[in-house]
Design a protein around this ligand. Structure first.
Ligand SMILES: [Zn+2]
Length: 218
């Protein structure tokens, strides 16, 4: 005779068995989750210089060590010596050198060698414009358009018309200006605008609206 208690225990054991494959199948998902923050990115360089570089480092001290190596602050031995300083002393030393290393959370998960200009802009930092090479910052003229960094001067009507409502408004103001300069001669305005822009983005609706405003301004 099998007791009720034993019976329950054995049926519970049976019930667990089919569940096992599910648990096993779930395991890779769990490990992917664990792998997700594959990198912890810090950026470091000289204040006001465009020589900052990304470093994958678990701690500030490790990022500083890599930064000193990258920027050639001494040979291995000298850097090892510097790294024996306390955090406070090290901060003073960096201040004296005009350097710093700070966390760039938005770059986490990327490998330093795959970090491009648009990542710097999207992190709220600076980069060089992919169209003209000039330096620009996020929030101060620089923007990331797809995988491209574009400075204020290089922004085209096409870029603006693909932007938000403020950008579209700005694009319309520029179109109106060109139309006014052309005394509302549509052929001339079209010719001027088509020099640096993909005219397909200026829809007939935008054209008519801007032309009406330009005529009113004449
Ligand atoms: Zn530019």
């Amino acid at each position: 005779m099998i007791s009720r208690r034993k019976f329950l225990a054995s049926s519970a054991a049976l019930a667990i068995a089919p569940a096992l494959p599910t648990i096993t199948a779930a395991a890779p998902v769990a490990s992917v989750e664990a792998v997700k923050p594959a990198t912890t990115i810090w950026v470091g360089g000289h204040h006001g210089e465009f020589d900052w570089h990304p470093f994958n480092a678990p701690t500030w001290r490790d990022a500083v060590k890599q930064m000193l190596e990258y920027h050639g602050y001494g040979n291995d031995e000298e850097i090892a010596d510097t790294m024996t300083l306390t955090d406070e002393e090290l901060r003073k030393e960096l201040k004296y050198a005009g350097m710093d290393a700070e966390r760039a959370h938005k770059m986490d998960g990327l490998r330093p060698d795959e970090i491009r200009g648009h990542h710097w802009i999207r992190t709220g930092l600076g980069s060089t414009c992919d169209r003209c090479g000039s330096e620009c910052y996020d929030g101060d003229g620089g923007r990331a358009i797809g995988t491209e960094v574009v400075c204020e001067d290089c922004l085209t009507l096409t870029d603006l018309l693909h932007g938000d409502k403020w950008d579209i408004e700005r694009a319309e103001e520029q179109i109106i200006e060109v139309m006014v300069d052309a005394d509302c001669d549509e052929g001339e305005a079209f010719e001027v605008l088509s020099r640096g822009n993909d005219m397909s983005v200026i829809t007939p609706t935008i054209w008519v609206k801007c032309l009406a405003e330009a005529r009113a301004a004449l």
